[in-house]
Design a protein around this ligand. Structure first.
Ligand code: NAD
Length: 515
């Protein structure tokens, strides 16, 4: 049995935490929650499962109006020098630092993350602000040798236009900040449709950005939030004034977003679901691997896009290692994410719980053995909240269910004998976000890095917990988009190749003669 804490906060305590988090960001819960169930977005915390009110949703008309205002603001914003644009992001980063606890409290309330993980998410926002400020002085192009005499050939980068951002509930503010900090220094306004399940964190983050624009004396029409569910997000997909749609969420969502934006030749940046794997080789430091595996698989209640879902353990060490994983799982404390020593908070809701149960049933039907977890806890204390014991399931192979991302804490374990076979299994799923190997064998480490087809591949580190300095994103059904880090800024800019002729003649390229 895993441990669970029996004391959950009361609804009033959650309300108070929400109220004070919002107040820190300059917002008032009562004013936000003044909508009705007929026209609103349900505000709810997965910690108690109870309702915090309803926020009034945007309609297609109000959403289009915000896109229009963003597009109008583009004309001015693009003319502001990039390093001056960077000052707004710098101020935003400072405000995020000042109000880290407030915003993190909202992330805890809405996504059910522990305060440490929620603060880590806000820290990622601060980190990307730092990166973007530096980037604001480095939006550089290349100058190339021209084949024609007295000609200059160069590639230049220009602001793109309105960036539409769609985000998922489980990282309600960090991926938004990756997009926004870079888009802003690149000269682009942003219109953000946050997850309807984590609206308050979004409003808090956006309010701090608006304050940064005000304090820097710049237009507050550069950033907008759209309140609502997928139907409001769909406005961004269809509106030709939105130049780039950057969407984070499930593969299902990406399948809808990608073709629809492509149909109007808009750009997309897709950050979709993962089905991440780790290999534990016989030479691995097992203590280190154990910690890496348990954090990546059970942390955030399995609700990270980079959560470890598949574990391939060499058959020579599999029984002993898996036993240690199960023993570590039994020490995990589940409950109020703010509770002392709690490492596993709630699932986002009933849908996630049902999906977990169906996946476990399928795994058993496909020959799996549930070694621990899977059951619901704290049901009597909070019937509308969904706390589960993270599960470890030993599978006879990588069966059909293991190919799916179930957004809940299920770790499928499969034995392997041959390292190349483990890499093949790692790659044999439709998604391609993150992977890891635990090994002390240099050859294995390098073979893994060359062979794994995921966008993130680690050695002796788990699959989750990326730093913003490196490009983040995945391949195959994960969507191919890259955010934060290195060259990602280019996704938010329009590239042009320019040729300047200062020869007084008109030689044509490739030696073509004409007239
Ligand atoms: P989801 O796909 O249900 O929703 C994500 C967002 O898309 C929400 O804002 C939703 O309103 C919007 N949306 C859904 N359908 C839409 C449509 N047809 N048009 C426009 N907008 C639409 O995802 P979720 O349950 O909120 O988040 C969990 C999923 O997100 C998991 O699959 C997880 O792996 C993935 N995720 C990926 C990354 C990444 O960087 N690769 C990061 C976080 C989460």
């Amino acid at each position: 049995m895993t441990q669970s804490t029996q004391t959950l906060p009361t609804h009033d305590e959650i309300r108070e935490l929400t109220r004070s988090g919002l107040a820190g960001c300059g917002l008032d819960l009562d004013a936000i929650a003044a909508g009705t169930s007929a026209t609103g977005v349900h505000l709810r915390s997965p910690i108690t499962g109870q309702e915090l009110g309803w926020a009034t949703a945007d309609t297609a008309e109000t959403a289009q109006d915000k896109i229009g205002r963003a597009q109008a603001a583009f004309q001015e914003w693009r003319a502001v020098p990039a390093p001056v644009r960077g000052r707004v992001v710098q101020r935003w980063g400072q405000l995020l630092e000042e109000h880290k606890t407030d915003l993190a409290a909202l992330v805890t309330v809405e996504a059910g993350k522990t305060p440490s993980e929620a603060a880590g998410e806000v820290q990622e926002m601060i980190d990307i602000c730092e990166l973007a400020v530096g980037q604001s002085r480095q939006l550089f192009g290349k100058t190339l040798p021209s084949e024609r005499p007295d000609h200059r050939l160069m590639e230049t980068w220009h602001p793109l236009g309105v960036v539409g951002i769609i985000s998922a509930f489980n990282f309600p503010v960090a991926p938004y900040a990756w997009n926004t900090a870079l888009a802003i220094v690149c000269g682009d306004p942003v219109v953000w449709k946050p997850s309807e399940l984590a609206l308050l964190s979004a409003l808090g983050a956006d309010a701090l950005l608006t304050r940064a624009f005000e304090e820097c004396g710049q237009s507050t029409d550069v950033n907008h939030v759209l309140v609502g569910g997928r139907e409001v997000g769909e406005v961004l997909l269809d509106d030709p004034r939105v130049d780039l749609v950057s969407a984070t969420g499930s593969v299902r969502m990406g399948r809808e977003v990608g073709p629809r934006v492509a149909a109007r030749f808009g750009r997309t940046l897709l950050e979709l679901g993962g089905n991440n794997a780790a290999i534990v080789a016989p030479s691995a430091d097992e203590d280190l691997a154990l910690r890496g595996v348990v954090f990546a698989a059970a942390g955030t209640a399995g609700q990270r896009c980079t959560t470890l879902r598949r574990l391939f353990v060499h058959s020579s060490i599999a029984d002993g290692f898996v036993e240690r994983v199960v023993a570590a799982y039994r020490t995990l404390t589940i409950g109020d994410p703010s509770g002392d020593g709690v490492l596993v908070g709630p699932l986002i809701g009933r849908g996630a719980y049902d999906a977990m149960q169906s996946a476990l049933e399928a795994a058993v039907a496909q020959g799996g053995e549930v070694l621990c977890g899977g059951g619901r806890v704290l049901e009597a204390e909070a019937p509308d909240a969904y706390y589960v014991e993270p599960a470890v399931v030993r599978m006879p192979g990588q069966t059909e269910i293991v190919h799916e991302e179930t957004f809940a804490p299920i770790l499928y374990v499969v034995d392997y004998d041959d390292f190349d076979e483990a890499i093949r299994l790692n790659n044999a799923v439709p998604q391609g976000l993150s992977s890891a190997v635990f090994t002390s064998d240099l050859n294995e480490a390098e073979r893994f890095l060359a062979g794994s087809d995921t966008g993130i591949a680690n050695v002796n580190i788990g699959t989750s917990g990326a730093e913003i300095g490196g490009a983040f994103g995945g391949n195959k059904e994960t969507g191919g988009g890259r955010e934060s880090g290195t060259d990602s800024w280019q996704a938010y800019m329009r590239q042009a190749t320019n040729t300047v002729n200062f020869s007084g003649e008109l030689p044509l390229a490739q030696g073509v003669e004409f007239l």
